[in-house]
Design a protein around this ligand. Structure first.
Ligand code: HEM
Length: 527
């Protein structure tokens, strides 16, 4: 009996010793080696287990901004942040030249697995595909994201902006001004655009998901919610967290916990709902290919029907819907929402931007009201919205929805500049560091869109909110077009006023953005 007790105690001591080694001793040893070798070229962000996440949380609580420490870290020699996460250590590069080296060679790295919903929904998508498979998908999808192709979605964007603002107009009948949930308002537009750009004007009944408890929701709502719940599961279900830490995407292949099982059922229902849309459209196109539209689904199905070697699968279509919807919706709405917030604080710039859109449309005016005037906006007019474009860039600089590139593992031992990376180390880039560099952007915390009207070379090099290299953001033109339409449509109809009662908190969640939403008032402009 005593023998068994000794074995158990020995086992527990070994687990504690091993745990302490991988979680504490190993990162500390690696960081002290790095510090010796690179001196003040690196800054270390170490915290047991949570690593750099702890720094985001601390600054969120103390400074109301998750990336306050990044914004205030600038030193002329600094090239990288050394950080840990779980049992891994890594480097996040802040030097633009080194960032470029990493992003030009994506095949040297593998993406880190996200929680269950990410791998279940996106594993076959462009966002997670590797090398050859990614190249094929990027080539195919790239055609639909080409600037000239996006022209086809322009009427949809205009119509969606008008539909959203009509609801605000209804509320403004009774009141002179109302407070506005800016992110939610922008999200209404970006969500509908992302969905329809992919699936076209799909039959509404096909987009409804029935939950087990009898409630109903739309595919897009469920997609967002299940992703949030997938992260939340790790807080409430520690066994699921442990399985995921040990087995990553294979963790749901064995001994499902109750929480995992529920989530998996929802994910299956979601995929099935998407599969129904795909199957119905396939049937329609099989009868008559000439009805094909310019949406992504039709382009996929036509390519599959006409090219036996296309390599496209139904799973890939569904995965790319999820990836494109999630990559394009919250990011774009946060960019436009941040622009509205900064415009509310800068009335002079707001008026200049309003004058810009009025001037662009003035030739078409002929006594039209503001709402009707917006419907006259043509795709070609967008290139004349210089200030509005600069306002969006300045908002991306101050509130970048993606503060860093997706964290990856190094596939081999590597050298980035003078930095040695070991196989399995984490590698990323914090773009947010460059966007607030006072040497490049004087008075970096000041909202000054005019700096973009005559941007210099260094500003451009440091400005990579859409990342860079072959795996940069495929949807960046679409995002900027949506952003310009949202801002222009609002400026034509409403004065944007600040809401001093709302606390401004900048939080890192899936994207970086404002925690509270009622940040501005809209007041109808009497035209
Ligand atoms: C302001 C809005 C946006 C921002 C700031 C943004 C930012 C980014 C960034 C930083 C990346 C690289 C991520 C990485 O490190 O791997 C990325 C990739 C991507 N983005 Fe965006 N994005 C925006 C809007 C959109 C839109 C509107 C779409 C589509 C409708 C989209 C679709 C994608 C896709 C599919 C990828 C993966 C590309 C690949 O791996 O080849 N994004 N985005």
């Amino acid at each position: 009996m005593i023998f068994i007790v000794y074995i158990c105690l020995g086992l527990i001591a070994s687990i504690i010793a091993y745990g302490s080694y991988i979680l504490i001793l190993y990162p500390i040893l690696r960081f002290s080696q790095m510090k010796q070798k690179y001196g003040n070229k690196i800054k270390v962000c170490f915290s047991i287990g949570a690593g750099i996440l702890k720094f985001y949380n601390k600054d969120l609580q103390n400074k109301n901004d998750s990336i306050y420490f990044i914004r205030n870290m600038h030193e002329p020699n600094l090239k990288a942040i050394a950080f840990n996460f779980g049992t891994k250590v890594g480097l996040s590069f802040v030097d633009p030249e080194l960032q470029k080296q990493i992003l030009q060679n994506p095949h040297f790295y593998s993406k880190v697995d996200g929680p269950m919903a990410i791998t279940f929904l996106f594993a076959n998508s462009i966002a997670y595909a590797t090398e050859k498979e990614w190249k094929r998908q990027r080539l195919f999808l790239g055609k639909s994201f080409h600037f000239e192709e996006i022209k086809n979605y322009f009427p949809l964007i205009i119509e969606t902006c008008q539909k959203t603002l009509k609801k605000i107009d209804q509320k403004l009948i009774q009141k002179e001004k109302i407070d506005i949930q800016i992110l939610k308002t922008c999200q209404e537009v970006t969500s509908e655009v992302s969905f329809k750009v992919f699936f076209g004007s799909t039959d509404e009944t096909l987009t409804i998901i029935k939950r087990k408890d009898g409630s109903q929701t739309t595919i897009s709502n469920e997609l967002v919610q299940v992703l949030i719940d997938s992260y939340y599961l790790f807080q409430t279900d520690k066994l699921a967290l442990l399985k995921w830490v040990l087995l990553k995407r294979k963790s749901t292949n064995f001994f499902l916990t109750h929480g995992e099982e529920q989530l998996l059922n929802r994910l299956k229902a979601l995929r099935q709902a998407c599969a129904n849309i795909v199957a119905k459209r396939k049937e329609e196109l099989t009868q008559d290919q000439s009805i094909a539209k310019k949406n992504f689904l039709d382009q996929y199905l036509i390519e599959m029907a006409n090219n036996q070697n296309s390599g496209i699968t139904y799973d890939e279509i569904i995965d790319n819907f999820s990836a494109i919807y999630l990559a394009g919706t919250d990011t774009t709405s946060n960019m436009a929402g941040a622009a509205l917030y900064y415009l509310s604080l800068n009335q002079e710039i707001q008026q200049q931007a309003r004058e810009e859109i009025i001037k662009v449309l003035s030739v078409k005016q002929k006594g039209r009201m503001a709402q009707q005037l917006f419907s006259q906006l043509a795709f070609e007019d967008l290139q004349n919205l210089n200030l509005i474009n600069s306002i969006l860039k300045e908002s991306l600089r101050l509130m970048p929805p993606a503060i860093q590139s997706q964290t990856k593992f190094a596939n081999h031992n590597l050298k980035i500049g003078e930095f040695d990376i070991k196989k399995g180390d984490l590698v990323t880039n914090h773009f947010s560091y460059n966007l607030s560099n006072p040497e490049v952007f004087p008075n970096p915390s000041v909202f000054n869109p005019h700096r973009w009207m005559a941007a210099n070379h260094q500003e451009m090099v440091n400005f990579t909110p859409f990342s860079q290299g072959p795996r940069n953001c495929i949807g960046q033109h679409l995002a900027m077009i949506e952003g310009k339409c949202i801002i222009a449509s609002i400026l034509l109809q409403y004065e944007i006023l600040p809401n001093p009662a709302e606390k401004v908190v900048k939080q890192m969640r899936i994207v970086y953005g404002f925690q509270h939403d009622n940040l501005v008032f809209f007041k109808k402009i009497n035209s």
